[in-house]
Ligand binder design. Structure first.
Ligand SMILES: [Zn+2]
Length: 245
């Protein structure tokens, strides 16, 4: 059974499994993917709420410092009231007093708004943290399980690499090089199945299942009976029999 075509077919199977195993090692397992996504989104949302509360807190303290400055100014103007000498000076001082009072009022509104924002963000953060604790526990458990499984997956990858090298050594260099080129060009699919067409005549008609190119009967015999490695004349993929899949 280990004719050249069988070896190539095994090489292909091992190559695919190796690629999938390497991809798994580089990421998270399929069953963890949606949990990973959910966790990442929830984490980012909590971080955003924290940043919002921190921003509001610093706006509040900025406003409060500005209020203290404005109150100093207000006191200074008020102390000047007894010293005014005429109506014009009095009018000007009143106008300064009005301006600084308006400033204080605006700053107080700003500080109040910031306090409310801190409260809202903090309450939302607290509420979401409750759900997040459960999500995080599930996520950490899943990740711990995956970390525990990783060495086994890595061992499997090493095994597959060794098996792939063995099979490559049993094939000709030209075939392996051509396989790599085809796999690169066709997203890993370097082999095509030799399929039989339903015809009303007694003669079988064979074609490449990937590109539908009709394969000459003699070529089909070489592949099916002798396990010879032959490429489709049209798409260049290696042709294999259905049973070899
Ligand atoms: Zn083809």
């Amino acid at each position: 059974m280990s004719d050249a075509l069988q070896i190539l077919s095994d090489f292909d199977t091992v190559s695919h499994e190796l690629a999938a195993t390497r991809a798994l090692l580089a990421g998270v397992p399929e069953e963890m993917r949606s949990l990973h996504e959910e966790y990442t989104v929830a984490r980012a949302h909590l971080d955003a709420l924290e940043a919002e509360a921190a921003g509001a807190r610093s706006r509040r303290s900025e406003a409060e410092m500005a209020i203290a400055d404005a109150q100093e100014k207000l006191k200074r103007y008020q102390s000047q009231v007894p010293q005014v000498r005429n109506q014009r000076e009095y009018g000007a001082l009143l106008s300064e007093l009005d301006t600084v009072k308006a400033t204080i009022k605006r700053l107080e509104e700003e500080a109040l708004g910031a306090i409310e924002q801190v409260d809202t963000a903090t309450a939302a953060h607290a509420a979401e943290s409750l759900n997040f604790a459960d999500l995080e526990a599930r996520y950490q458990a899943g990740m711990a399980e995956w970390e525990a499984r990783k060495p086994e997956v890595a061992r499997r990858a090493a095994e597959l690499e060794a098996r792939r090298s063995e099979l490559a050594a049993a094939l000709s260099r030209g075939v392996v090089a051509q396989y790599e080129r085809l796999a690169g060009r066709y997203r890993g699919v370097a082999l095509a199945t030799l399929s039989r067409a339903d015809t009303p005549t007694a003669h079988s008609v064979w074609f490449c299942s990937s590109c539908n190119f009709q394969v000459r009967p003699q070529v089909a015999v070489e592949i099916r009976t002798h396990g010879v490695i032959i490429q489709c004349e049209s798409c260049r993929r290696f042709l294999r029999t259905e049973s070899a899949e």
